[in-house]
Design a protein around this ligand. Structure first.
Ligand SMILES: C[S@@+](CC[C@H](N)C(=O)[O-])C[C@H]1O[C@@H](n2cnc3c(N)ncnc32)[C@H](O)[C@@H]1O
Length: 270
């Protein structure tokens, strides 16, 4: 068994501080991609299903709806996130890089927007294969590359120009984002982890924010929230006003947020 994720303390403090904001703002935006993962899993006959890195548990009712009669377990590293999840579901505080389940425990595992957090995502895929029964199914989503979002670039530029200190999370141990940021890398990783029938594809992330929703997001979640939290209240207000003005001056097209989501699925060897 491994030592666990080296970045675990950073992840826990990052998500614990914003769990209810995450639940309100971010989880609904990720859910459609989670549903696409569920489409790739044969859940109708499943008896045990794991949502690895379930966060606030937004996907758990969807899993249960498709795997009626199954034991559905949500596992996550961050207690504050798990506490937001519906307590009708089994919720387990656990590091996904050292899964404390017996070999062959699950018919299916789903993991939405988690594997880039693992410093060694391929080792974590090997762990998922271990806890799947032979022939069990796995589906995951991660971020790809090529984000285009002029408003966010301008916002960050303003913070830099006004000498707002960097996100303290940047000082911690790195994550594994670059190891799994394309369909090709994820598929190769799944095969290296011993999975069969690995499939992967790129899906579009396209969201048009309005200015107020964009500001809420920047102030309540994300690295910019942590950066701004390092300022005293007066300075923070001045920085936010300047950054807001800059984004507002750019017009609505700047608030069009494009990105890539990588969706993948695979089977444990029969
Ligand atoms: C972006 S959120 C995704 C949550 C949920 N799957 C969703 O789609 O809304 C990432 C989640 O991964 C969890 N996480 C990060 N590293 C982890 C680890 N080593 N073990 C278990 N969970 C982890 C975080 O606590 C957080 O809840």
């Amino acid at each position: 068994m491994t030592e666990g994720a080296a970045n675990a303390p950073v992840i826990q403090s990052m998500y614990a501080a914003t769990a209810s904001d995450y639940e309100e703002i971010w989880a609904p935006l990720l859910r459609p991609y989670g549903l696409r993962l569920l489409d790739a899993l044969p859940l109708a006959d499943a008896r045990t299903v794991l949502d690895l890195g379930c966060g606030v548990g937004r996907l758990l009712p969807d899993v249960a709806g498709r795997a009626s009669g199954a034991l559905v377990i949500g596992a996550d590293l961050t207690e504050g996130m798990l506490r937001c999840a519906d307590d009708r579901f089994a919720r387990v505080l656990m590091d996904g890089t050292r899964l404390g389940f017996a070999d062959g425990s699950f018919d299916a595992v789903v993991s939405a927007f988690v594997f880039f957090h693992f410093p060694d995502p391929i080792a974590a895929m090997t762990g998922v294969r271990r806890v799947l029964r032979p022939g069990g199914a796995f589906a995951l989503a991660v971020w790809g590359t090529g984000e285009v979002f002029p408003a966010m670039e301008a916002w960050d530029e303003e913070l830099d120009a006004m000498d707002v200190p960097p996100d303290p999370a940047e000082d911690g141990p790195g994550d594994g984002r670059e190891i799994v940021d394309s369909p090709e890398k994820v598929r190769a990783g799944l095969l290296a982890a011993g999975f069969a029938e690995a499939l992967s594809e790129s899906a579009e992330w396209l969201r048009r924010w309005d200015l107020d929703a964009f500001l809420e997001w920047r102030l309540r979640l994300s690295p910019s929230r942590r950066r701004l939290a390092r300022l005293d209240p007066g300075r923070r207000e001045a920085v936010v006003a300047a950054a807001r003005e800059r984004v507002a001056s750019m017009g609505p097209e700047a608030l069009l947020h494009r990105d890539e989501v990588v969706l993948a699925s695979a089977r444990a060897p029969a």
